[in-house]
Design a protein around this ligand. Structure first.
Ligand code: NDP
Length: 246
């Protein structure tokens, strides 16, 4: 596991946007950030799941979160601009942006991969992250110390049979992260990095590996150290990296 121990007040006075915050790793990240003092903006497509996370954070006495119901598959440029305007009004700046939401798509040979699903996966995993980043960059630039995190995967570094659009989308994610990191280096206070969570006990993992014993993998809350490290001030000099959570 990534070796980092986050102080309790690590993310105090920071506002952090997390996509796919209603389940799995995103849910754990939202709760971990709130527990370190951050105001978290919970973005996802299933309102009930987001409300549950909201309630859990509130019940724990952490800073009151915000909820943004948004389907990254159908959202357009205008929706992202509208979101940016709302966040600017409410918070004035954004200190962290965690691109976590993803679709697994199909596990099938390229030869027979359904083009409709291909486009859905690319839209959610790559294009939505591009559009959201573009819309929020002005707000991230208002922060003294902002961090953007993209979520990669082992198959985003080395292609593997039957992983189709998901694998391609994760290579693209690594690319987008590197390009942005290079563009923003030395010109802003925004750093950009990737995290590869590694095998983690979530619904997506269960869908990808139905025969596996889920308990053989760590729970999402166990892989949080690297997320907290990259979102807090201790990683200030880290830019353009792709780190492993485990
Ligand atoms: P889950 O499927 O458990 O959670 C994904 C989250 O993304 C869900 O909350 C889901 O919403 C949300 N989401 C999916 N599609 C959309 C959409 N169109 N609009 C808005 N939100 C959406 O996945 P994990 O927690 O396992 O994965 C999190 C990240 O980690 C992903 O980027 C994944 O690729 C990556 N990863 C995971 C690994 C693992 O072993 N778990 C390994 C390597 C990488 P809803 O709850 O409504 O479905």
């Amino acid at each position: 596991m990534f070796d980092y121990s986050a102080p309790e007040n690590l993310l105090q006075d920071r506002t952090i946007v997390i996509t796919g915050a209603g389940d799995g790793i995103g849910r754990a990240a939202a709760k971990a950030c709130a527990a370190r003092g951050a105001t978290v903006v919970l973005l996802g497509r299933t309102l009930e799941k987001l409300e549950k996370v909201y309630d859990e954070i509130e019940a724990a006495g952490h800073p009151q979160p915000a909820i943004v119901p948004m389907n990254l598959e159908s959202a357009g440029e205008h929706d992202y601009q509208e979101l940016a305007a709302k966040l600017e009004q409410e918070f004035g700046k954004i200190d962290g942006l965690l691109h976590n939401a993803s679709l697994l798509g199909l596990r099938t040979p390229v030869e027979s991969y359904d083009p409709v699903v291909w486009n859905q996966v690319m839209q959610v995993n790559v294009t939505a992250a591009f559009l959201l980043t573009q819309a929020l960059l002005p707000l991230l630039a208002q922060s003294e110390d902002a961090s953007i995190i993209f979520t990669s995967s082992g198959v985003g570094r080395k292609g593997r049979a039957f992983w189709g659009a998901y694998s391609v989308s994760k290579f693209a994610t690594e690319g987008l992260s590197q390009i942005l990191a290079d563009e923003l280096e030395n010109t802003t206070n925004i750093r950009v990095n990737c995290i590869n969570p590694g095998a983690t006990r979530t619904q997506m993992r269960a869908n990808a590996y139905p025969a596996e014993d889920p308990n053989s993998n760590p729970a999402p809350d166990e892989i949080m150290p690297v997320y907290l490290y990259l979102l807090g001030p201790d990683s200030r000099e880290v830019n353009g990296q792709s780190l492993d959570a485990q």
